[in-house]
Design a protein around this ligand. Structure first.
Ligand SMILES: [Zn+2]
Length: 474
C-alpha cells in the first residue's frame, strides 16, 4: 500500500491522500464536485443522526423544499442577492426550451422558504415554525478542496419563524449551543464561539453566530453558523402576522447550518501520518477484529475465535470481523489504520493457545494483550478513553494556538510564523477589518461576548479597541 504524504512535508497533500486513500471521497467528472464514497458517507450519516436527534429534541421538524428557485426570489433581499449571485448556478433551459424566467439552483433556501411561509403564517397562533431540511446546495467555487469547499455540498439548513425578536434571538443562540455541543462531544473538536463582525456575517442576517476550530496546520475553520435574520426576509417576502394585540407585524427569523465540511474538519483535527483517526462516536466501525490467518493452514479455530470475540458486543459497539482471506493480516492492519478505526483486536494462533487477544489503539498505537473473556467488558471503557483523549489533545492544541499581539507588526509576524488564532486590538471599524484581510489574508473570526477593552486599534491607533481573534481560514 502506497504511503501517504507526511504532514511535515506537504500538509495539503497529506489531507488529500487521507481523503482519497481512505476511500472517503473522490473527484467527480465536473470540476469542483466530489463523489462521497461509502466510508465518508457513513461518517456523515453518524453526524447527521446525532445532529438530527438534537434538533428534534428541541422541537424542530424536518421538511423538504425544491432544488430550483425562481431567479427573481433571490433579488428580493438586497444583501442576500449581492452575497450569493456571483456563485449561483443558473438554469436557462428546460425541456428543450428557453425558460421564461431563469431558475437558480439553491445556494441556500431562505428565499423559497420565506415565499412559502407567506402562505402559511397569518396569526401569532401559526408561530413559531421550527423547520429543518437535509439537502444539497450549489455554490460555484473556483478553488475547491474535497469536503472543505466543493461546488455542491450536503448540509442541513434550519429556517425558523417567530413572533418576537427575543424568541428568534434565543433560537439562534440555542442552535449555536447545539453546534458547540456536537463539535465538542461528538467530534472531539474544541471550538471558539461568538458573533461574526459586520464584514463576515451572512448576507441578509442582522447577527451571525459562529463556531470556529483550529486545524493542525495553524489555519482555522468555520464549522457552523447560526443567523438571527431579524425581519429582513419577512419584509422582503411581505410575511406579516396578526399579533396578540390584533396588530400586523413582520415575522422574526433565524437560519442555521452545518455541512459536509465537518467531515473535512474531522480529518484535519485528529488524523496523523498513518491516516485517518476517528473519534469512536463518529466511527462507522469502532472495533475491527482481525484473525491472523495463515496460508495453507487450518484457520477454522482462529476464525471461530474471532466471531466469538465479536459476538458479545451486540448493538452497543459497532464491530466488524475482517475475515477476508485474499489479503494478508499486515495489509488489513494498514488499511484499518488508514481508515481510522479506533480499536483493532488481533487474534493469532499463539493468542488462541493462551486464550487472549491483542487490543491495539489507533490513537496511541498502544498494544495490550487481554484475556479473551474480558475483552467485551474492557472495550467500551477504552473507546471512552479514546474519545476523551482526542478531545484533550485537540484542546491543548487550541489553547496553545491562541496568542495575543498588540501591534500590527507583531500581529503580521505571528500570523506568518505560527498562525492559529491571534488576538489583537481592533476598533470595530469595517475599514480596519478590511485592511487587515486584504494585507494579511487573515480575517476576524468572531467577536467574543467577553471581549476585553485593550487600548487602541492595532491598525488605526484609535481607541477604544477590543481584543478579537484573527485567523487565516479554510
Ligand atoms: Zn481601527
Amino acid at each position: 500500500m502506497a504511503k501517504i504524504t507526511k504532514r511535515s512535508e506537504d500538509y495539503s497533500q497529506w489531507y488529500i491522500d487521507i481523503v482519497t486513500r481512505a476511500e472517503m471521497a473522490d473527484y467527480a467528472p465536473v470540476k469542483g464536485c466530489m463523489v462521497i464514497r461509502p466510508w465518508g458517507y457513513a461518517i456523515w450519516e453518524r453526524m447527521q443522526r446525532a445532529l438530527d436527534d438534537m434538533f428534534k429534541d428541541t422541537g424542530h421538524s424536518n421538511c423538504y423544499f425544491p432544488l430550483m428557485i425562481p431567479q427573481s426570489f433571490l433579488a428580493k433581499e438586497a444583501e442576500h442577492v449581492e452575497g450569493f449571485a456571483p456563485e449561483c448556478a443558473v438554469i436557462t433551459h428546460g425541456g428543450g426550451k428557453l425558460l421564461d424566467e431563469p431558475l437558480v439552483i439553491r445556494p441556500t433556501s431562505e428565499t423559497i422558504i420565506w415565499a412559502m411561509y407567506k402562505k402559511w403564517i397569518q396569526s401569532w397562533r401559526d408561530l413559531p415554525l421550527l423547520y429543518n431540511q437535509w439537502a444539497n446546495v450549489v455554490r460555484w467555487e473556483m478553488r475547491t478542496r474535497l469536503f472543505l469547499r466543493t461546488s455542491e455540498f450536503l448540509w442541513q439548513e434550519g429556517h425558523t419563524a417567530h413572533a418576537t425578536s427575543k424568541e428568534a434571538m434565543e433560537e439562534a443562540e440555542r442552535i449555536l449551543g447545539i453546534y458547540r455541543t456536537f463539535s465538542e462531544q461528538w467530534m472531539a473538536m474544541p471550538v471558539l464561539s461568538g458573533r461574526k463582525s459586520e464584514g463576515q456575517k451572512f448576507p441578509g442576517a442582522d447577527t451571525t453566530f459562529t463556531i470556529e476550530a483550529l486545524m493542525q496546520d495553524g489555519k482555522v475553520l468555520q464549522a457552523g453558523t447560526s443567523h438571527y435574520l431579524g425581519q429582513n426576509f419577512a419584509k422582503a417576502f411581505d410575511v406579516q402576522f396578526q399579533n396578540r394585540d390584533g396588530q400586523l407585524e413582520y415575522v422574526y427569523a433565524t437560519s442555521w447550518g452545518v455541512s459536509t465540511r465537518l467531515v473535512g474538519a474531522l480529518v484535519m483535527t485528529h488524523s496523523d501520518d498513518a491516516g485517518l483517526v476517528l473519534p469512536p462516536k463518529l466511527a462507522p466501525v469502532e472495533v475491527v477484529v482481525i484473525p491472523i490467518l495463515k496460508a495453507d493452514a487450518d484457520n477454522a479455530g482462529i476464525l471461530a475465535a474471532a466471531y466469538r470475540v465479536a459476538e458479545p458486543f451486540g448493538d452497543d459497539v459497532r464491530v466488524r470481523v475482517d475475515d477476508r482471506d485474499n489479503v494478508s493480516p499486515g495489509w488489513k492492519f494498514n488499511e484499518w489504520e488508514l481508515k481510522g478505526v479506533p480499536i483493532r483486536i488481533e487474534i493469532g494462533p499463539k493468542d488462541l493457545e493462551k486464550q487472549q487477544v491483542v487490543l491495539v489503539r489507533r490513537d496511541t498505537g498502544k498494544k495490550t494483550p487481554t484475556p479473551m473473556d474480558a475483552i467485551s467488558f474492557q472495550v467500551p471503557g477504552v473507546l471512552e478513553e479514546i474519545q476523551d483523549g482526542l478531545m484533550k489533545k485537540a484542546k491543548e492544541r487550541l489553547e496553545a494556538g491562541c496568542r495575543a499581539a498588540d501591534t500590527y507588526e507583531s500581529f503580521q509576524k505571528a500570523m506568518d510564523e505560527v498562525g492559529g488564532f491571534i488576538y489583537a486590538p481592533w476598533c470595530g471599524s469595517r475599514e480596519c477589518e478590511d485592511r487587515v484581510s486584504e494585507e494579511t489574508k487573515a480575517t476576524i473570526r468572531l467577536v467574543p461576548d467577553t471581549a476585553e477593552d485593550c487600548g487602541v486599534c492595532m491598525v488605526c491607533g484609535k481607541g477604544p479597541a477590543k481584543r478579537v481573534p484573527f485567523g487565516r481560514a479554510y
